[in-house]
Design a protein around this ligand. Structure first.
Ligand code: FPP
Length: 260
């Protein structure tokens, strides 16, 4: 069970030292990650880009486990963007193949560890075999409570906002609109906004990820390439996040996160 750090972190290691610095009463509730740098990781090793994505899938497994063990409640991973279709067909097929494999192989792990799967993005454009597998795993895990793993697939923040507006317009006469009502029409309805957004490989942009939801999210950017991202990097991001004062536009720090 991914329910504790005991036995998972070896005494005397860098990880153990980092864990001691984490305040478990002030964890980010929702961590979102832009997993970037798979291609560069492969190039550095003279490997095809697809090998970078395969190694990236292994990093996903480690981060899911570490997040659940820490007590993070929501983990959102940007796995296939609306713009990723521009890549060569071979790379696109590998990515969807890896996602299919992840779902088939990890559904048991999700069940054993009380993890729920949720998808955000435009489902209609997702290749049918992956869509079918997603529906199966979402149905299977819907009662799970420890942590929700949100996969952003065929996802773009602008496209999500337009989809939400279309849904709203489809409801006929709109009498009232505010942030809370609008949020209910987004793919992320029911999820809290991310507290912490991690981006790997040193790029300093949002790349169309959670544009509405990240209005007050703390950003943490690391030069580490995604396939090299390990639990210690996640711990470092959380320690840095906990040093920040979140004021949400006001002048007083606001305590919004913590174990729920
Ligand atoms: C960005 O690296 C990464 C992606 C476009 C895909 C992310 C996918 C995975 C980590 C693997 C599958 C996911 C799961 C959930 C099993 P890049 O290719 O843009 O890297 P580069 O900028 O160095 O070229």
């Amino acid at each position: 069970m991914f329910d504790t750090l005991e036995g998972y972190i070896q005494p005397g290691t860098v990880e153990a030292e980092l864990v001691q610095q984490i305040d478990f009463t002030r964890l980010p509730v929702h961590v979102a990650i832009i997993m970037d740098g798979n291609g560069r990781w492969a190039r550095q090793r003279n490997l095809p880009r697809t090998e970078g994505h395969k190694a990236g899938s292994e990093a996903v497994k480690e981060v899911v486990e570490a997040s659940a063990r820490l007590g993070i409640k929501y983990l959102t991973l940007y796995a296939f963007s609306h713009e990723n279709w521009k890549r060569p067909p071979d790379e696109v097929n590998t990515l969807w193949g890896l996602l299919h494999r992840y779902l088939s192989e990890e559904s048991r792990v999700l069940m054993e560890n009380d993890l729920k799967l949720k998808v955000i993005g435009d489902r209609k454009g997702i290749p049918y075999p992956v869509r079918r597998e997603l529906a199966r795993v979402e149905r299977l895990t819907r009662g799970n409570r420890r942590m929700t793993v949100v996969l952003a697939l065929n996802y773009g923040g602008r496209q999500e906002i337009i989809r939400a507006i279309k849904k709203l317009l489809g409801r006929g006469k709109i009498k009232e609109i505010d942030e809370e009502i609008f949020s209910r029409y987004l793919d992320t309805a029911g999820l809290p906004d991310p507290d912490l957004l991690i981006r790997t490989s040193g790029e300093m942009r949002l790349s169309n990820f959670l544009l509405w939801q990240s209005a007050y999210t703390e950003l943490w950017i690391t030069p580490v390439l995604w396939p090299d991202f390990r639990k210690k990097d996640l711990f470092m991001a959380i320690i840095d996040y906990q040093k920040r004062e979140r004021r949400f536009g006001g002048i007083q720090p606001v305590e919004k996160s913590g174990r729920s």
